[in-house]
Design a protein around this ligand. Structure first.
Ligand code: HGY
Ligand code: MN
Ligand code: MN
Length: 399
């Protein structure tokens, strides 16, 4: 089946009528449905499926073994996300395997398609949860204590979904099997439009992280409380949003997309406001400097309003430079497709610290992602799957 055909089979799963787009969060109903869909599709492709200790799904062509050529991506989404971020990498991997098998290709190395858990961190707040747990770059106890908006812990959600939270943690055996990892992903930006190319390879990922600011003031009545008597945490929260925009210069990016007042009544001065900052820049130093600037502005604003503020780093990843030899090898064997950087994080970025990793990007004519307008044309999706198949054949041939 074509990538577009495969995407169509899941196009009704996790649609979000309120926000638009898709909301498919880790271990919630829609994502569990997609997990079952993937397991069934992988079976029809003649792949042997297993689920690892961190709930990542592995579909094997050949016995699981060392030096495996691994491809795949994720099926979860951000709230109100697009149809391609994650699923395009998964369906392209299935389509590539189907194409390789139907032409009689026999891999000389084990080959696997992997689906990583909770890449977006849309429910529990830490991105690339499954690949970070696999590689040991996230403490399982800390991860299992993460809660969603309704206070459900990752441990409870995973257990309810049939996984064993006690097993979560670094998976040396699964990691040792990976010879290289190639993730195909819809481009999140306009690079390939400007380069007029349907497919590209990734050169780097910006350093990026997430910080939670909690402003604490005094909850009170919106009508009965004179302005002079207020300690309203919404004021420093608003200053943080503006400070983030002011500080994001020279290619850096700082975003507040999530701000939660407590209790959140229209006629109530909030007692606390939680604000999440997503900050990204070219390297570690510039990202830290960006966050430092924003934090000091927020601290001054909190003091001016008689509020307290705490800052918690919830996730962080330094700049990723993808393996240059692998990047250039793939670009060359794809006929010289362009290499381009991205500001978006990926499981391939987590794995790149442990195994040779690369990414293929497929052109997105809107350049938009993490929103319903995210798009990839069927012809470009097919070009991506054909490119992935030739990359996998190239890498799975006997060395
Ligand atoms: O947030 C990111 O960059 C990715 O889409 N998880
Ligand atoms: Mn994403
Ligand atoms: Mn993604």
């Amino acid at each position: 089946m074509t990538t577009t055909g495969l995407l169509r089979t899941i196009s009704g799963v996790g649609t979000d009528r309120g926000r638009g787009g898709y909301s498919r969060h880790g271990f919630a109903k829609a994502e569990l449905e997609l997990r079952d869909w993937f397991i069934a599709e992988a079976g029809w492709c003649g792949l042997d499926v297993e689920v690892d200790r961190n709930s990542n799904i592995w579909a094997w062509w050949g016995d699981p073994g060392p030096d495996a050529v691994v491809t795949g991506s994720h099926l979860d989404s951000v709230p109100g996300g697009g149809a391609f971020d994650g699923p395009l990498g998964v369906v392209s991997a299935l389509a590539a395997v189907e194409a390789m098998r139907s032409k009689g290709f026999q891999p000389a190395k084990p080959l696997a398609v992997v689906v990583f858990a909770e890449e977006e961190g849309g429910r529990f707040g830490v991105p690339c949860l499954g690949s970070r747990l696999l590689t040991g770059s996230l403490d399982p106890a800390a991860a299992l204590g993460l809660t969603d908006n309704s206070g459900v812990t990752l441990a409870d959600a995973a257990e309810t979904a049939g996984f064993d939270p006690a097993a979560f943690g670094r998976d040396t055996e699964a990691l040792s099997r990976i010879g290289c990892f190639i993730e195909l992903h819809v481009e999140q930006g306009r690079g390939l439009i400007e380069l007029d190319a349907p497919v590209g390879v990734a050169s780097s990922i910006m350093a990026h992280g997430r910080w939670r600011f909690r402003f604490t003031g005094e909850g009170n009545h919106a009508g009965a409380t004179p302005i002079a008597d207020r300690r309203d945490p919404m004021l420093p929260a608003s200053q943080l949003v503006l400070a983030a925009r002011r500080a994001a210069t020279g290619g850096a990016r700082a975003t507040v997309g999530r701000l939660v007042p407590n209790p959140g009544g229209t006629n109530v001065i909030a007692s606390t406001v939680d604000v999440w900052l997503d900050a990204r820049a070219e390297n570690d130093a510039s990202t830290r400097d960006l966050v430092e600037k924003i934090t000091s502005a927020a601290t001054v604003a909190a003091a001016d309003e008689g509020c307290a503020v705490t800052v918690t780093e919830e996730s962080y990843g330094d700049t990723v430079i993808f393996d240059p030899a692998l990047r250039d090898d793939l670009s060359r064997m794809l006929g010289g497709v362009p290499a381009l950087p991205t500001g978006a994080g990926h499981d391939a970025g987590v794995l790149a610290a442990h195994v040779p990793a690369a990414m293929l990007f497929v052109r997105n004519p809107t350049g938009v992602s993490h929103a319903p307008a995210e798009h990839a044309e069927p012809a470009d999706c097919e070009a991506g799957a054909v490119a992935l198949a030739s990359v996998l054949e190239h890498l799975a041939r006997s060395s």
